[in-house]
Design a binder for this molecule. Structure first.
Ligand code: GLV
Ligand code: MN
Ligand code: MN
Length: 413
């Protein structure tokens, strides 16, 4: 058969995505499938069943990463990998992560039904806890697999209720025996929605990021002094929430103050005891800083940290800071990125060379092997929200680009 003419089945891909979207469906049309929740387990079970239908060799490692291996003609050659993540944000969307896993599954199905034999083995992967929303940090299991993060540190990370990531992994039955340890890999492709507005604004269908920004995560803890709000004079208060408010504004001002390409965000906050008539005595909030320039992000953090310390001293609210996680910016393999652009052109799709502001497991995979990503447009540039949406035709187009990138790369001797 002429493999150049092969195409995925767009209708089947849509059906698969719609079936997955039922697991953890939210009233406003999104999904909530937090890492290692019951919904994550149900989605994994469904996914594993689908892998088995294709007679793939399925394995689960000690971080719960799920792999499905399809043999090639030369099984001594390093495999090509493709995948993304099944977990979602709280009240997240129906495409983030799952498109890359179901798109890769559609590629496997297409190879299977057409009895295509590739030179190299091809492996599909679902990485555990990419989002980092329930258990920080993000991309933790590709990080452990790549050798950048420690397994036991990852196991010990807790959610807001104090549940440990390792225990939750065991509870849902996905703590496998296989060591979470990289193997020699020829290349990795991750198919994903863009999660931003660039493709839509420029009227292009396929994005090929040249890489991913660095991601730096911090956790800030403030201690104040609780008291009755009525009788306590305004002077002399130690209000942890007021101190936090000043710090949050300093984060908001940071990119403009520093210049350069950077974004900085506080997305999560807990305030205690969280009663309208008690002065807050304990606050936790997070800081997320991203840039293409790692040094710029670090220098900015140093200044911000100094501001935090000054603000805390002024309010008399002792501060503790955890430098929770850093992943360097990831410049992808240029040859592989060109292959994505070229393949899009061959399939009649317009394309855009761009940058990924969102984090992906591809950041860590880029430390293991040549890596590239394939983006498709997010309607309205919206993501990590229930209205997250992508046209079905675009989902199909991206899966076809993935199929042909895999055919080319897995065909290399
Ligand atoms: C991952 O979803 C991130 O970009 O934070
Ligand atoms: Mn994602
Ligand atoms: Mn995400």
């Amino acid at each position: 058969m002429d493999v150049a003419k092969l195409r995925v089945n767009g209708k089947r891909l849509r059906g698969t995505l719609e079936e997955m979207a039922k697991i953890g469906a939210t009233p406003a049309g999104g999904v909530q499938r937090l890492a290692l929740s019951d919904e994550d387990k149900r989605a994994r079970d469904l996914f594993v069943g689908w892998l088995k239908e294709l007679s793939l060799e399925v394995s689960v490692d000690e971080m719960g990463n799920i792999f499905g291996r399809r043999a090639g003609r030369s099984n001594n050659l390093e495999p090509v990998m493709m995948g993304s993540h099944i977990d979602s944000q709280p009240r997240g969307g129906r495409f983030d992560g799952i498109l890359g896993v179901m798109g890769a599954l559609e590629v496997m199905r297409t190879l299977h039904e057409n009895q295509v034999q590739t030179e190299r083995p091809v492996i599909i992967v679902d990485w555990t806890n990419e989002e980092g929303s329930r258990f920080a940090p993000a991309m933790v299991s590709s990080g452990v697999w790549a050798g950048a993060l420690e397994r036991d540190w990852a196991y010990g990370r807790t959610d807001i209720n104090g549940q440990k990531q390792g225990e939750e992994l065991a509870r849902i039955g996905y703590q496998g025996k296989l060591p979470a340890k990289k193997w020699p890999t020829h290349a990795y492709y991750e198919y994903h929605i863009e999660q931003g507005p660039m493709l839509e604004r420029q009227g292009r269908t396929i994005g090929a990021p040249k890489g991913i920004l660095c991601l730096h995560w911090y956790d800030v803890y403030l201690a104040g002094e609780a008291n009755q709000v009525g009788p306590t004079p305004m002077e002399g208060r130690h209000d942890a929430l007021v101190a936090a408010a000043e710090m949050i504004l300093a984060v908001r001002a940071l990119p403009a103050r520093m210049g350069g390409n950077m974004v900085a965000t506080v997305g999560e906050i807990q305030n205690y005891p969280n009663s309208r008539n008690i002065i807050p005595d304990r606050v936790h909030f997070t800081v997320d800083i991203r840039s293409w320039d790692d040094e710029h992000a670090l220098k900015s953090w140093d200044l911000l940290k100094k501001d935090f310390q000054d603000i805390a001293a002024r309010h008399g609210t002792p501060i503790e800071i955890d430098e929770t996680w850093r992943v360097a910016h990831a410049p992808f393999d240029e040859k592989l990125v060109q292959r994505v652009l070229e393949t899009a052109g061959q399939l009649g799709c317009s394309s855009l060379h761009m940058v990924s502001g969102a984090g992906h497991d591809a950041s860590y995979m880029n430390q293991v092997c040549p890596t590239a990503m394939i983006f498709v447009p997010s309607i309205g540039g919206r993501s990590h929200v229930e209205v997250e949406n992508t046209r079905w035709e675009d989902c199909e187009a991206g899966a076809n680009v993935l199929l042909h990138c895999i055919l080319k790369t897995a065909g290399e001797k």
